[in-house]
Design a protein around this ligand. Structure first.
Ligand SMILES: Cc1cc2nc3c(=O)[nH]c(=O)nc-3n(C[C@H](O)[C@H](O)[C@H](O)COP(=O)(O)O)c2cc1C
Length: 373
């Protein structure tokens, strides 16, 4: 038991070390293919732009979520405490990492609880569990994760790409049934997320059919969990992981597919959405919110909380400036702006069955209400 706990904690520390020290970016998000609209005579001052959005019953000042990163080891407690304060101060959402360690070893729960303890009731917190544990342990497991951090939403991660290259990994082949049950019985929004290889249209259609309304596409082009695992491993499987690092749905395409096949869903664009430009591009494509993980971790380790605050401030200012310079006063108006994308993204979108003439109008269906519970 003790050894198993150490196993999970060591694996998490290994992941952190690799994400901090090595190149772990895989593939290409294709967000560079999006042209940001610019209207010299219609421009609105960034200060006058409203980029607030809902997440369930909570209002966020900016459409930003720090997606699940860590928990379950000593170093995580301080980081999650910082995230709690960040959320309360900037009114953005923050997630904890997979709560498996805390649920299976209650003495580690405090490393996750720190997010709520430090952020108080103003923090908007997203709990996190893996679909494999959900399938094995049932809905009670999800409820316990939500309760542990008094969460406002629950993220369930599906990550077969990572599992295929993790020495201790295991691909779950009948994950969907577990998700269906949890959506029916949990009373906070359930976000189904990938971890850097992207949701695709067949997954989105299936999830939407089951009643899942919150999707974090976590596409390819940012942190590649195939590559992280390949860097932990040795031998032919690790070589293969380096070859397949960029496998999956590029983030820009994943956002478009999710929006097209689930027009009323709340879509979080993550996976290499690292700069303010990336964020503005993802929102213009029809995402409701952007998610960031690695840049926050790296900023924290390089310069502490102050550097993360600078990063988040720059990210939010970029979104407000991009929206304002397009001539829009809100994200809703931004979704009405012209959509111009490069040939690669357009061709790929068309290959996936998206009608590019109709797509621009679909971006804003349902408006900001899409993320409201
Ligand atoms: C160090 C680290 C740990 C992560 N741990 C989790 C996790 O426990 N659960 C999860 O759902 N995603 C986890 N992720 C994935 C992120 O939430 C995100 O989906 C992915 O990294 C892509 O975003 P990025 O390109 O901004 O890093 C982790 C990411 C990082 C960098």
């Amino acid at each position: 038991m003790h050894g198993e706990r150490r196993g999970i904690s060591y694996r998490k520390l290994d992941h952190l070390r690799i994400c901090l020290d090595s190149l772990v970016r895989g593939g290409c998000s294709l967000l560079d293919e999006v042209v940001l609209p610019y209207s010299p005579l219609g421009a609105v001052s960034p200060a006058g732009v409203d980029v607030s959005v809902w997440l369930g019953s909570r209002r966020l000042e900016a459409p930003v979520m720090v997606t699940g990163i860590t928990g379950g080891h000593e170093a995580a407690e301080e980081f999650n405490c910082f995230l709690g304060r960040l959320s309360a101060e900037y009114r953005i959402a923050v997630g904890v990492g997979s709560q498996r360690a805390g649920l299976e070893h209650p003495e580690l729960a405090r490393t996750y609880r720190a997010v709520r303890r430090c952020g108080g009731s103003d923090a908007v917190v997203v709990a996190n569990i893996g679909v494999a544990q959900l399938l094995e342990k049932g809905v009670g497991y999800a409820e316990a994760a939500v309760e542990m951090v008094e969460a406002d939403a629950l993220a369930v991660h599906v990550n077969p790409g990572q599992e295929a290259f993790q020495p201790e990994g295991d691909i779950i082949e009948d994950a969907a049934s577990a998700i269906e049950r949890v959506v029916e019985s949990i009373d906070v929004p359930v976000i189904v997320k990938e971890t850097g290889h992207g949701l695709d249209s067949s997954t989105v259609k299936r999830l939407r059919g089951m009643g899942v309304r919150f999707l974090d596409v976590s596409g390819a082009g940012g942190t590649s969990w195939i590559l992280v695992e390949a860097r932990r491993g040795r031998g032919p499987v690790a070589v293969s992981g380096r070859w397949l690092a960029g496998l999956g749905n590029p983030t820009a395409l994943a956002v478009m597919e999710a929006r097209w096949w689930a027009p009323d869903a709340c879509i979080i664009a993550s996976g290499g959405v690292w700069s303010g430009r990336d964020a503005a591009a993802a929102l213009l494509l029809g995402a409701d919110m952007v998610g960031v993980a690695l840049p926050v971790l790296r900023a924290y380790m390089a310069g502490g909380g102050g550097l993360v605050e600078d990063y988040i401030t720059a990210l939010i200012y970029s979104v407000k400036a991009a929206v304002g310079l397009s001539g829009a006063r809100s994200i809703e108006e931004y979704w009405e702006k012209r959509l111009a994308v490069g040939g690669t993204l357009q061709r790929l979108a068309e290959q996936r069955g998206i009608d590019f003439n109709l797509y621009p109008a679909v971006r804003g269906w349902g408006g900001r209400g899409r993320c409201r519970a």
